[in-house]
Design a protein around this ligand. Structure first.
Ligand SMILES: Cc1cc2nc3c(=O)[nH]c(=O)nc-3n(C[C@H](O)[C@H](O)[C@H](O)COP(=O)(O)O)c2cc1C
Length: 134
């Protein structure tokens, strides 16, 4: 998982961060958290379906939220999927971070994937900066 590299760096900076793997946990009480981040690769121009479902089920209303995405071809529109869910719950968006992520997707598989080596060290430290400045 490419976005996990960003999350591990953020957690190293702030050990109070709690990482929840939504492929593992389908229900989680998020009420106690002040700020909730959602991170995913982009799949067919959206955040992962499991993460979107997790947000629909578990995101409490009126929370501060932020979003992190890695993608083969980084585009802001990938955030629409998760932003819509947060908006419907009257959440306040603090920010969004987008960078390249290595993917072996479609025809690119034949040539060994796109965005090899991403996220790189700069993109990882930019993600930590993004988090610091939220
Ligand atoms: C099934 C599939 C669909 C994807 N769709 C997109 C897409 O629509 N746009 C894009 O920029 N990247 C797309 N990618 C590339 C991934 O978003 C990118 O490689 C991401 O960093 C993968 O993160 P992960 O390793 O955490 O899954 C896709 C990859 C896969 C496997």
């Amino acid at each position: 998982m490419q976005f996990k590299k960003l999350l591990d760096a953020i957690k190293a900076y702030d050990p109070d961060v709690v990482l929840i793997d939504v492929t593992d946990k389908h229900e989680f009480n998020l009420l106690e958290f002040d700020r909730i981040g959602f991170a995913s690769g982009s799949y067919f121009s959206k955040f992962a379906e499991q993460l979107l479902t997790f947000a629909k089920v578990n995101l409490p209303s009126q929370k501060d939220v932020f979003f992190i995405c890695t993608a083969g071809n980084p585009l802001d529109l990938y955030f629409n999927s998760i932003a819509k869910i947060a908006e419907a719950k009257y959440c306040n968006e603090l920010g969004r971070y987008l960078c390249k992520g290595f993917g072996t997707y479609g025809p690119f598989r034949l040539v060994g994937g796109i965005q090899k080596g991403h996220p790189d060290a700069d993109e990882i430290s930019d993600a930590v900066e993004f988090y610091k400045n939220l």
